[in-house]
Ligand binder design. Sequence first.
Ligand code: CP
Ligand code: NVA
Length: 301
Amino acid sequence: MNLISIFDLTQSDLAWIIERGEELKRARKTLKTGTELAGKTLALIFEKPSTRTRVSFEVAMHELGGNVISLNWNELQLGRGERVRDTAKVLSSYVDAVMIRAYQHDTVVEFANAASIPVINGLTNFEHPCQTLADLMTIKEYKNRFAGITVAWIGDGNNVCNSLIGGAALTGMHMRVGCPLGYAPAAAVLEEAKRMGCEVLITDDAEQAVADADVLYTDVWVSMGDEQERERRERDLSAYQLNEEMVRRAKEDAIIMHCMPVHVGEEITEAVLTSKNSVIFEQAENRLHAQKALLLRLFRD
Ligand code: CP
Ligand code: NVA
């Protein structure tokens, strides 16, 4: 089993991961280490920078009794042009699972097609399914349910947004995206969500998107790999900032989410980031618990 797209998971896989993540979070308060993955090795490959994904996967493996190897793309022969598929075959004979963060989604797909071990997408230009696992765990923690919850995404309809839409479709939440023309989430994701009965409202009116929402979510205007478009993005997205005025239009108990890193003063203000409704740091912590549960699920088969 792989996790390349959030849509790779069934509703029952997802429910299992969230529930197991909650149990692991509770258990960690008294006991940090286990032996569930003793003898297993996970390799992490990074073509782009990472703080949360790298550290949470490393700690997750340590705390489950397994081993982890973190590798930067350019330290590997990949950086000198070795083929992704050859690397996948070789690593499959050394380690038990691989997580890859890559610029192009196709890189992770090629790796998974050639590998004979579970492969996890640790973020591509197209999706960030590991983030969605933590996001769903966080929404359940604060809202106690998914049914009937309205999630409003404000800003760039990017990789994190694509996976979150899948998460909403799998859990029965309503999803709205407030973004400028040209920044909508991927058409293929919207189609798949619709096929599953989740029709996503896409509007360029940010105020319409956030009205009475239960969850407000934003992410950077300039994702890794989009740096050459910085000027245009800052200009186009400037009206899509999660600020106090925007938050006031949502439900009073709406939670504020962001996958981090935050660019304060761009997509979110300091006041909103540090407001009592912000669950952003808890959400970041949940990456650890949700990924432990994911690893247990992947190694179960
Ligand atoms: N949210 C997230 O994936 O953070 P990193 O880029 O720090 O891993
Ligand atoms: N959309 C951001 C998320 C970072 C975790 C990016 O791809 O850079």
